[in-house]
Design a protein around this ligand. Structure first.
Ligand code: GLP
Length: 270
């Protein structure tokens, strides 16, 4: 796992967007796994700006979002479909057929989950999976005790997750308690995973994910098993990491220095 620590949330989001742009430059028709939440808003703003500048093509990729609330149609203002249209898809003009999310208002949500999993496989799997993290260590809506081998399915949200997401809903609106989410097994099959965490509320979850035991109690810890996982965080989200000094030595300021031989040992002696 690569741990990159940036001074603030803005710099962390900028780096996340830069890596998505780099993926689209290398492979314009990439399959992206996308996430929602407040953390991602500056990432999508930066990505939309990069597309507008012509830094990368914003119309050729296919994306699969992680999750959607059961019961919400795509035109509901709190649906994740609506979030994605508002923060990214409308701005870059991604053709609707390439912008996939589970249908929250599908008549049979369990069947919709199976169909969505098959759709990801039919596109050849996910090249770059973008992730946020819940305060309790969830990824997508894979709440604690989710199977680390799970596939796309329906999950019941914890009371804490419902409360954390209440801020996006009106005072008289009920926050949904069920969601269709990509599974942890599905996430682990992505060719690269990029998790962004910012703010002090995430510090405990970040420490458990990176340095805690591999455990369904912290679903994000499953990324310890991912061969190409990068965690980008700001200083506040990194605050509880025990080995922070080490991460900052390996990746000063969140950079990836070239590997060089130690001074004086550049040549192999024969
Ligand atoms: C929701 C989403 C997650 C997201 C999390 C954190 O639960 N399903 O994908 O990572 O919120 O959201 P925020 O970035 O608003 O803290």
């Amino acid at each position: 796992m690569k741990i990159l620590i940036f001074p603030d949330a803005e710099a962390a989001a900028r780096e996340t967007a830069r890596r998505i742009v780099a993926q689209l430059v290398a492979k314009p028709d990439a399959v992206l796994g996308l996430a929602t939440g407040g953390t991602m808003e500056p990432v999508y703003a930066a990505l939309a700006a990069a597309v507008a500048r012509g830094d990368c093509d914003g119309r050729r990729f296919t994306s699969f979002n992680l999750d959607e609330y059961v019961g919400l149609a795509g035109d509901h203002p709190q649906s994740y479909r609506h979030y994605m249209n508002r923060h990214l898809f409308d701005a870059i003009g991604l053709p609707a057929a390439q912008a996939r999310l589970p249908r929250g208002d599908a008549p049979d949500p369990a069947e919709e989950a199976r169909r969505y999993e098959a759709e990801i496989a039919a596109e050849g799997g996910i090249d770059l999976q973008l992730l946020g993290i819940g305060n309790n260590g969830h990824i997508g809506f894979n709440e604690p005790t989710s199977s680390l081998a799970s596939r796309t399915r329906i999950k019941t949200l914890t009371r804490g997750t419902v409360e954390a997401n209440r801020r996006f809903f009106g005072p008289d609106e009920q926050v949904p308690s069920l969601a269709i989410t990509i599974g942890i097994g599905t996430i682990l099959e992505s060719r690269e995973a990029l998790l962004l965490a910012t703010g002090g509320a995430k510090a405990e979850a970040v420490a458990a994910m990176v340095e805690g035991p591999l455990s369904a109690a912290c679903p994000a810890s499953a990324l310890q098993m991912h061969p190409r996982a990068t965690v980008i965080c700001d200083e506040e989200a990194a605050a509880r990491l025990q080995l922070r000094d080490y991460y900052e030595t390996v990746h000063p300021g969140g950079t990836e220095p070239a590997i060089t031989a130690p001074k004086g040992l550049e040549r192999t002696r024969t």
